[in-house]
Every structure is written in C-alpha cells, then in structure tokens.
Write a protein that binds this ligand. Structure first.
Ligand code: NAP
Length: 257
C-alpha cells in the first residue's frame, strides 16, 4: 500500500517530462494516487501530455486554459465524472510574455502585466472556486513559486510580482478554505530547475551556476526532490501545514551575502 492509495487529484502544468508538475505527478502515482491531467487546448499539447499520462493510467486527460472560466468549469465537470471527490490539486502554471521577460521591468506593459497575473496568480483562485465542492475534507492544494517573489532576481521581472501575488493568495485561500472545508493550501518555493518555462528567463543559466556557489548544500535541487516535497505537501504527512511557502532550494534563501 502506498502513501496515496485511495487518493485522487488533479494536476495542472505538465508540458513535458521536465515539468515540475510531472515530477510531482509521477511521485504521487508511485504512491498509488489516481490522477486527472489538464493540458492547454490544442492537438500538440494534448499529445505531449497523453504520452506521459496514459502510461501511468490517468483517469482524465482534458483541455483547460486557466484564463477561461468555461474551460475551468468544463474541466472540473469532466473530473467529477471520474472522481466523486478529490484529495489534492497541483497548480504548476505560469506565463509571462517574451517582451516582459526580456525588456527591463520598468517597461512592463499593462496588457503583459494583466496576462501574467491572470495566468500565474489569479488562476489559483479560479481553480479553487470550481473545485470547491469536489474537495474532500483535509484535501491539499499545492502551487509552485520562486524566491523572485520576495527578492529582486535579475530577469525575473513581472513574474516576481506575480509570484508575490501568488504567495499572498496562498495565505488568503488557506484561511478561507481552511475555515469552510478544512482544505490546506501551500506553495513550494523551488530553486532553479531547467524546464520549458525557466528557459524563457534571461540569464537562467547563470542562476543555475550561481546557486551552488552560495547555497549551504553547495548544489542545485533535483527534479526528484520537487516530486518528494510535492508528495509531502499533497499527502497527510503534512496534515497540520497550511498557508506555508516551503523553500526547496538547498538553503539558498537563508544566505545574506
Ligand atoms: P513548464 O514545464 O513550462 O510548466 C509550465 C506550465 O504552465 C506548462 O504546462 C504550460 O502549458 C502551463 N500554462 C501556461 N499558460 C497556461 C494557461 N493559460 N492555461 C493552462 N496552463 C498554462 O515549467 P515549470 O518550470 O515546470 O513551471 C511550473 C511552475 O513552477 C511554474 O509556476 C513556475 O513558475 C514554477 N517554478 C519553476 C521553477 C524552475 O526553475 N523551473 C522554479 C520555481 C518555480 P504549455 O507548455 O502547454 O504552454
């Protein structure tokens, strides 16, 4: 019997086998969880997710653009057909336009700001609204954030502002969902890992080589560690933890020089 046997939940944010969401999903699956996957609408996106999710017996693979209320509603209606209740929801979704990641921060345009906030921060609220009646008591909501939320990180730009909003959203959702349904809401603040999204951050390679020079553990984190920490926060192992931003960064965030 695995730690997640009898548990079921949904995963947003698998683009390929490097995605942090995939490492969490794969770990949850190994512990016996049943999974539903969302992917951006489009044949190519569906194929990419299907290739990974079908071999691990995914119960649902369904399109969902998190900026579209109708998509989110249709996705959870499909989930409801497969699962009566859910025990976890993983939100590993973020986007900022190329302009807003390559120009200087002060040049961020209004529409680029709005879009980045909508996809990267508001979407967590939208997903919780539509999943609300599906949550089991003690269900766990997990999102992914980065140190750029609380410190200036070169090139992170508008995404830092989105992550600050996301971390605050975690606290406010934790208070409401804890009160109303005893649902927990937490975030992993992950150190840098090479993925499709991180490739869009200018100077990302420099960040990857910089972390081992400063972090107490003298290394970067591994994708497997994201899976393990995801398992902890999605499972009953963390039953007393909510509203938390949990650093998984080989200790980089504690260093002040
Ligand atoms: P990733 O594999 O590129 O995942 C990002 C996901 O967001 C993709 O599946 C992407 O779908 C999805 N997405 C974008 N716009 C969407 C929309 N409108 N509706 C639905 N899905 C949408 O990159 P990742 O690094 O694993 O990122 C996952 C999360 O971890 C993000 O929140 C990221 O900020 C966070 N994080 C990453 C790192 C890191 O170093 N990699 C560190 C800390 C935090 P498509 O690919 O199909 O567009």
């Amino acid at each position: 019997m695995g730690l997640m046997t009898g548990k079921q939940g949904v995963i947003f944010g698998v683009a390929n086998d490097h995605s942090l969401a995939w490492h969490i999903a794969e770990r949850l699956h190994r512990e016996g969880a049943a999974l539903a996957f969302a992917h951006l609408p489009g044949e190519k996106m569906e194929r990419r997710v299907r290739m990974l999710a079908e071999p691990i017996g995914a119960k649902v693979i369904h399109p969902c653009d998190v900026t579209k209320d109708a998509d989110v509603e249709a996705f959870f209606a499909r989930v409801r057909e497969a699962f009566d209740k859910i025990d976890f929801l993983v939100h590993a979704v973020a986007f900022a336009s190329r302009d807003s990641l390559t120009n200087r921060f002060w040049q961020t345009g209004r529409e680029d700001f709005r879009q980045a906030m909508d996809i990267s921060a508001y979407s967590l609220i939208a997903l919780c609204q539509k999943a609300f009646h599906l949550f089991n008591e003690n269900a766990s909501v997990l999102t992914l954030t980065y140190l750029g939320a609380v410190k200036f990180m070169p090139g992170y730009n508008v995404m830092g502002v989105c992550k600050a909003a996301l971390e605050s959203t975690v606290r406010y959702l934790a208070a409401d969902l804890g009160d109303l349904r005893r649902v927990r809401v937490n975030a992993i603040s992950a150190g840098p890992v090479r993925t499709l999204s991180s490739a869009g951050i200018s100077g990302f390679d420099k960040v990857l080589t910089h972390y081992p020079t400063k972090s107490p553990l003298h290394r970067n984190i591994t994708p497997e560690e994201v899976g393990n920490t995801g398992l902890y926060l999605c499972s009953d192992l963390s039953s007393g933890v909510t509203g938390e931003v949990h650093y998984l960064d080989a200790g980089y965030n504690i260093v002040g020089w």
